[in-house]
Write a protein that binds this ligand. Sequence first.
Ligand SMILES: *[C@@H]1O[C@H](CO)[C@@H](O)[C@H](O)[C@H]1NC(C)=O
Ligand SMILES: *[C@@H]1O[C@H](CO)[C@@H](O)[C@H](O)[C@H]1NC(C)=O
Ligand SMILES: *[C@@H]1O[C@H](CO)[C@@H](O)[C@H](O)[C@H]1NC(C)=O
Ligand SMILES: *[C@@H]1O[C@H](CO)[C@@H](O)[C@H](O)[C@H]1NC(C)=O
Ligand SMILES: *[C@@H]1O[C@H](CO)[C@@H](O)[C@H](O)[C@H]1NC(C)=O
Ligand SMILES: *[C@@H]1O[C@H](CO)[C@@H](O)[C@H](O)[C@H]1NC(C)=O
Ligand SMILES: *[C@@H]1O[C@H](CO)[C@@H](O)[C@H](O)[C@H]1NC(C)=O
Ligand SMILES: *[C@@H]1O[C@H](CO)[C@@H](O)[C@H](O)[C@H]1NC(C)=O
Ligand SMILES: *[C@@H]1O[C@H](CO)[C@@H](O)[C@H](O)[C@H]1NC(C)=O
Ligand SMILES: *[C@@H]1O[C@H](CO)[C@@H](O)[C@H](O)[C@H]1NC(C)=O
Length: 444
Amino acid sequence: MNPCVFVIFSLLLLHAETIISDQLGGGDDNGVIMRKCSDKERRALLDFKARLQDPDETLSTWRAEEEEEEDCCKWRGVTCNNQTHHVTGLDVDRLGLVGEISNSLLNLSSLNHLDLSYNSFHGTISTFIGSMTRLRHLDLGWNQFNGIIPRSIGSLTELTSLDLSYNSFYGTIPPEFGNLTNLQYLYLRDVGRCRVENLDWLSHLSHLVHLEMDGTSLAKQNYWLDVILSLRKLSWLSLDGCELSQVMYPYSSSFLNSSSSISFLSLRNNNLTSSMYRWLFPLTNNQLHLLDLSSNMLDGTPKYLGNLCSLEYFAFDNNSVVIKFPDFLNNLSSGCTSLTLQGLFAGHNRFIGTLSNEILTFKNLSILDMSSCSLGPRFPKWIQKIKNLTSLEIPLSYCQQWNFRHDSSGVLGHVAFSINISQSLFQQLQWESTRFIIKFWQQF
Ligand SMILES: *[C@@H]1O[C@H](CO)[C@@H](O)[C@H](O)[C@H]1NC(C)=O
Ligand SMILES: *[C@@H]1O[C@H](CO)[C@@H](O)[C@H](O)[C@H]1NC(C)=O
Ligand SMILES: *[C@@H]1O[C@H](CO)[C@@H](O)[C@H](O)[C@H]1NC(C)=O
Ligand SMILES: *[C@@H]1O[C@H](CO)[C@@H](O)[C@H](O)[C@H]1NC(C)=O
Ligand SMILES: *[C@@H]1O[C@H](CO)[C@@H](O)[C@H](O)[C@H]1NC(C)=O
Ligand SMILES: *[C@@H]1O[C@H](CO)[C@@H](O)[C@H](O)[C@H]1NC(C)=O
Ligand SMILES: *[C@@H]1O[C@H](CO)[C@@H](O)[C@H](O)[C@H]1NC(C)=O
Ligand SMILES: *[C@@H]1O[C@H](CO)[C@@H](O)[C@H](O)[C@H]1NC(C)=O
Ligand SMILES: *[C@@H]1O[C@H](CO)[C@@H](O)[C@H](O)[C@H]1NC(C)=O
Ligand SMILES: *[C@@H]1O[C@H](CO)[C@@H](O)[C@H](O)[C@H]1NC(C)=O
């Protein structure tokens, strides 16, 4: 080919490409390096904004007119692919936005990250959301969305993280969620007045590491424990207020032997009684770091909980039955938990007996919360021996006999308060109406 003809041909081709890409409003990524986002995507974002109230003018950089603002990749909250300049991320969380989601977002065809959390979005989530199939991260939490959760979310099979927490949905949690097999994080905490018809879909989410379903009743979910135990990667489970005490058959015998890899487990406010420790057993193993059994009807802890060799924090507040305190402590200190426990939160309980030297068995304890417990009446001697404490909350009834004052150096001045707290360790003393809080500097 004649070189001159070749050059002209190339120029024509380049020209044609420019025209085509202009017509498309910015072009595509077929070898053409774009310097800014496409008109189509810019218009989609402006349309998204047009449906919203933005009282704090947080999206003031999103403007149609001015030349230097033309590139929507530079707008607040917008992320683009640095090669193609397609919009890939939209993070407009915590901006005080009010309104509904515009379907113009569908024109952001490369969007893989959408975070609208902590705003006041309302209205229903339209089924069009199921067409945003590139999404890997979808966070709609802490808004006022209502209506039903669209089944079409089950089409977003690339999702690794989905958050619908703290909204006002009703109806069924769609079983189509079982199609989201790449999910690792699923946050369905207080989604509204929702129910689960059949929990089988959950067992398909084999990559799940983090699950929160607080506030949704699992009362009809016999064998829910089998489903949870089938999630081999699960390390965080929060099922507060799920009416677990009403389940008739919480597990099948095939799982008596299995154990989970859960390290954070919260089962607050489920009306659990001590007979239910039987099925709790497979969930509590040597990977557990935090266990929260507060606000139930438990009258103690079984000895096996004293054998958890990685348990660091145990919350057991507000169990509304009478508990024998010395037995409680003995059970919890019967094994290696006594060496690992760093925080014991046991306030607002109806303990009987005294808080005695047993507490010293917990060698590593740094936070002890016994506020509003009816223990006493004398300030315990053991407190002088406890080494690692950085925070102590005890009932005021212990303290009423004392006459506190701070001397000029900030050290506790009264002889009755016989703890030898050296000035460097003592941080803060606080009276509240029902409790007394002493904070120490962390000892290292
Ligand atoms: C483009 O983004 C990728 C990751 O998102 C990054 O590693 C790379 O350095 C970026 N390139 C330029 C030219 O900024
Ligand atoms: C998407 O973009 C096209 C072309 O710019 C436009 O005609 C259409 O109305 C847009 N769709 C939505 C839902 O905004
Ligand atoms: C999604 O889930 C529903 C109900 O579980 C099922 O009927 C459907 O076949 C699934 N779709 C895909 C694409 O897997
Ligand atoms: C539990 O494990 C033991 C030995 O590891 C085995 O003999 C027994 O059959 C298992 N039980 C169940 C119900 O799987
Ligand atoms: C808690 O369980 C007891 C029986 O163990 C039952 O009488 C009570 O109604 C339950 N409370 C709630 C709120 O479910
Ligand atoms: C204590 O537990 C009961 C349920 O047993 C619950 O209704 C109440 O809100 C809890 N109180 C606190 C302060 O958590
Ligand atoms: C102590 O553990 C035993 C055996 O697990 C149990 O029967 C008892 O109720 C527990 N007592 C308390 C107060 O935790
Ligand atoms: C005691 O607590 C510290 C952190 O405060 C931790 O690093 C250490 O491993 C704990 N000791 C044991 C035996 O668990
Ligand atoms: C707790 O005290 C022991 C010895 O009294 C010490 O070896 C350990 O490091 C302390 N742990 C923390 C968390 O301070
Ligand atoms: C308090 O502790 C300091 C330093 O640890 C020590 O010198 C002092 O004698 C102690 N005082 C009492 C009353 O135990």
